[in-house]
Design a protein around this ligand. Structure first.
Ligand code: NAD
Length: 437
């Protein structure tokens, strides 16, 4: 079976490499010619653990190809996966420009029966509109089926998630299309991955509901941390959250406090869900509250810095970690960047370091005057305060005494609660974290 992936970003590239590794012949296409050129030269434009080795292996075995030619890829494929971006529009609803442009390119090139699976996260009703659009614009009278196949991978463990997903959701009324999808995913079916066969609309909603529920958990634990912080050291949020997570109805995941959730998906998807609901006359109050809490949470870090240092004007602040979470170079909606921007607005001198996201962060912070440093120690040099924003493993074992000696001040804000408070204090820091008194 030959499949085409339209949109070779975080989702499309991982899915393309993953399908190739399952034995399918895959062509990944993208309108970004530079990205395709880099991939053709064996360079992987994103950081994702294990991805490079899987791409290399499947290119060598002639199962994985990269091309700017959507028409050729569509013609040779039995199934086409659409994994283009769905950025938030000004009203919070996704801007579907890339989706419609993909539909038009596919419609113009189809020359035999195709299954077109939408992997991008799209509002309820998009698969139906996508099918109408292709039907109206196809240049040959060939059959096709549209499937909603939302993606749940987590950046940073996307390869692991591709091969061991919690579930695969297939929204389609067509038995023929469902059979093609089952065939594509058969190796995962054989390892007993749960499959949910449903309607387009339910599949579209499942994706938004999953992200909204995760957002609720994060905002819940962040408010719990704020409450624990107000109670004092006798109510450490880690103890409270750990005991909470031992309840099997709640579960331990997504109960780690921090500066709020970021990334490409959660912030835009939960805003979209509230808009989808509003347009149907439904208020989704819990999700709206999760957004409100999250919008304020990174400001807690600024408040902590002010409490410890007074005015931040002229203060040198080192920010460690810029990606929205560890093991990715993705800085989209990263709270670390919001913290940097807020500090620059306070007229602080900001020095930053991230193990892999420096390139992306340079582009994202091009309007914001921060100094990019070679490592955590260089960032901390002569600074008044240090803020740990992303829980990269390499930050867990920093030489805190060396850092403290090189700093002008003694403030350490651990916005991810990854350091040992006792060690930080014995290194001479005035240490503060989220919800630890
Ligand atoms: P991305 O921005 O990294 O990649 C999208 C790619 O599509 C870009 O390379 C872009 O050039 C390309 N593109 C746009 N229009 C095109 C067209 N007409 N033809 C060919 N290529 C085109 O985005 P992403 O992070 O991979 O996300 C893609 C979708 O998957 C979004 O809807 C997102 O919400 C969803 N999703 C993302 C994640 C994640 O963790 N990133 C997880 C699950 C779902």
């Amino acid at each position: 079976m030959h499949v085409a992936i339209v949109g070779t970003g975080y989702v499309g590239l991982v899915a393309g490499a993953g399908f190739a590794d399952l034995g399918l012949k895959v062509t990944c296409v993208d309108i970004d010619a530079e990205k395709i050129r880099l991939l053709g030269e064996g360079k992987v434009p994103i950081f994702e653990p294990r991805l490079e080795e899987i791409i290399r292996r499947n290119v060598e075995r002639d199962r994985l190809h990269f091309s700017p030619d959507v028409a050729a890829a569509v013609k040779s494929a039995s199934a086409i996966f659409v994994a283009v971006g769905t950025n938030a529009g000004p009203d919070g609803m996704p801007d579907l420009t890339q989706i419609w442009s993909a539909a038009d390119l596919i419609a113009a090139s189809m020359d035999s029966y195709k299954v077109v699976a939408i992997k991008s996260t799209v509002p309820v009703g998009t698969a139906a509109a996508f099918e109408r659009r292709i039907a109206e614009r196809r240049t040959r009278s060939v059959d096709f089926d549209v499937v909603s196949n939302p993606e749940f991978l987590r950046e940073g463990s996307a390869v692991e998630d591709f091969f061991h997903p919690n579930r695969i959701v297939i929204g389609s009324a067509s038995k023929r299309a469902a059979a093609v999808m089952k065939d594509i995913y058969r190796p995962l079916y054989l390892i007993e991955t749960p499959f949910v066969f449903t309607t387009w609309e339910a599949a579209e909603l499942i994706k938004y509901a999953a992200n909204a529920f995760l957002a609720l958990k994060v905002s819940f634990v962040n408010e719990l941390a704020n409450l624990c912080g107000a109670i004092g050291p006798s109510a450490d949020v880690h103890v409270v959250a750990h005991a909470l997570g031992l309840d099997r109805r709640i579960g331990p995941k997504f109960l780690h406090p921090g500066p709020g959730f970021g990334g490409y998906c959660l912030p835009k998807d939960i805003r979209a869900l509230t808009q989808i609901a509003r347009r149907l006359g439904v208020e989704y109050r819990t999700v709206e509250a999760a957004i409100e809490v999250n919008d304020r949470q990174f400001l807690r870090v600024i408040e902590k810095l002010k409490k410890a240092s007074g005015s931040l004007a002229g203060k040198v602040i080192a920010v460690l970690g810029l990606s929205f979470k560890p093991n990715t170079d993705d800085v989209r909606e990263s709270r670390a960047l919001k913290i940097c921007e807020a500090l620059v607005a306070e007229k602080s001198v900001v020095r930053v370091f991230d193990p892999v996201a420096m390139g992306q962060a340079r582009r994202a912070l091009s309007e914001c005057s921060v100094t990019f440093c070679a490592d955590a120690y260089e960032a901390a040099l002569d600074s008044d305060a240090l803020v740990l924003c992303t829980e990269w493993n390499e930050f867990r074992n920093l030489d805190l005494e060396k850092i403290r000696r090189s700093m002008r001040g003694d403030v350490l804000i651990d916005a991810r609660n990854i350091l040992d408070p006792a060690k930080a204090k014995s290194a001479g820091f005035r240490y503060d974290a989220m919800g630890r008194g």
